[in-house]
Design a protein around this ligand. Structure first.
Ligand SMILES: NC(=O)c1ccc[n+]([C@@H]2O[C@H](COP(=O)([O-])OP(=O)(O)OC[C@H]3O[C@@H](n4cnc5c(N)ncnc54)[C@H](OP(=O)(O)O)[C@@H]3O)[C@@H](O)[C@H]2O)c1
Length: 247
């Protein structure tokens, strides 16, 4: 990885499936040491075993991003195992889509807790390490749902745009060259994200869109790698990556 102490240490939340898993695979194959975090231990351990069999250095951290202490533990795992943390990919997310009229307060709360609070918890946990090392990169997975506002994605898009706002302010507060920020906005990607939609019709619609036009998650992983691998004086602030046929 250009200009980063090789091999870089990258912690990834939501690494048990989809974009996070693909990112762990892609970065590990490129020589990064990875710390993979999520709630499903079995999926994390299977992925870790597979990556280690291919020669990668991998640590796991079972975590719920809505808990501040779990993010502290993720960062500490990187420092204990690999001596540093270069990049935090805050990718864990849920999408409790549905019309506002449904009043799905539990779903809205879950999205705020995971999609927004989870990213904030990561920033709070990694910032002291990044500052004491003199470098660090916050990468987060937001969404095109925040760029083209559509029905049934109101609160999901709101949480993603809140994160986008936080990342831009963080960028402006961090022009001393120590911290880089990148927000990656994917369109439809073929993952398990539709499983977190309670309403059966909306879930079936999202699943069919993902299956029909969704990107392979590796496409997003490659975009994340592109941002990470830039020289330290280059900050890729935003990446939008859609299926070519997405409207
Ligand atoms: N797929 C798309 O079309 C799409 C488009 C735009 C943006 N995104 C964003 O991309 C990110 C990754 O989603 P994906 O599409 O790859 O879906 P996914 O396959 O469902 O992956 C979501 C990941 O988040 C983890 N997660 C959920 N809640 C968590 C919690 N409380 N604590 C820790 N980890 C948690 C899940 O692991 P556990 O269940 O094991 O905890 C899983 O690893 C999300 O932020 C999503 O909003 C996806």
């Amino acid at each position: 990885m250009t200009d980063i102490d090789i091999p870089a240490v990258v912690a990834i939340t939501g690494a048990s499936s989809g974009i996070g898993e693909a990112t762990a695979r892609h970065l590990a194959a490129r020589g990064a040491r990875v710390v993979i975090g999520a709630r499903r231990t079995d999926r994390l351990e299977m992925l870790a075993d597979e990556l280690r069999a291919d020669g990668a250095e991998v640590a796991t951290a079972v975590l719920d991003v809505s808990r501040r202490a779990d993010l502290d533990r993720l960062v500490q795992t990187a420092v204990d195992r690999f001596g540093r943390l270069d990049v935090l990919v805050s990718n864990a997310g849920v999408s409790a889509l549905g019309p506002m009229a449904d009043g799905d307060v539990d779903g809205w709360s879950a999205m705020i807790d995971v999609n927004l609070r989870g990213v904030l918890n990561g920033i709070a946990a990694a910032m002291p390490v990044f500052r004491s090392q003199g470098n660090g990169h916050f990468v987060t997975t937001v969404s095109t749902a925040g760029l083209k506002i559509v029905p049934e994605m109101a609160v999901y898009a709101a949480t993603k745009n809140a994160v986008r706002t936080v990342m831009e302010a963080l960028r402006q507060e961090s022009t001393d060259g120590v911290i880089r920020t990148t927000s990656v906005s994917p369109g439809f990607v073929r993952t398990e994200l539709s499983d977190s939609i309670a309403d059966p019709d909306t879930r079936a619609w999202a699943r069919s869109k993902m299956d029909a036009i969704g990107l392979d998650p590796d496409a997003v992983a490659r975009a994340i790698a592109f941002a990470i691998e830039q020289p330290r004086d280059v900050e890729i602030g935003e990446i939008v990556i859609r299926p070519t046929v997405q409207d």
